[in-house]
Design a protein around this ligand. Structure first.
Ligand SMILES: [Zn+2]
Length: 68
């Protein structure tokens, strides 16, 4: 996975929101939780050895949950 896009590391509180959203993505495939920083939709992506939840705004926050 190319990580050429610079993303912003979330605060502790924002990280909790992203982790909660990730749980909903895994269980339901979707989430109603919005980005705690800007209010846009969140995106969950994963591969064999990595997963991350991030804002749909590429210049906003991103949480890498494992791998990379
Ligand atoms: Zn955002």
């Amino acid at each position: 996975m190319a990580m050429t896009i610079r993303r912003i590391i979330p605060t502790k509180e924002e990280g909790f929101v992203l982790k909660k959203a990730q749980g909903e993505f895994i269980r339901n495939g979707v989430t109603d939780i919005k980005c705690p920083r800007c209010g846009k939709n969140l995106v969950y992506e994963y591969g064999e050895n990595w997963e991350m939840t991030h804002c749909s705004d590429i210049e906003c926050i991103s949480l890498v949950l494992r791998g990379i």
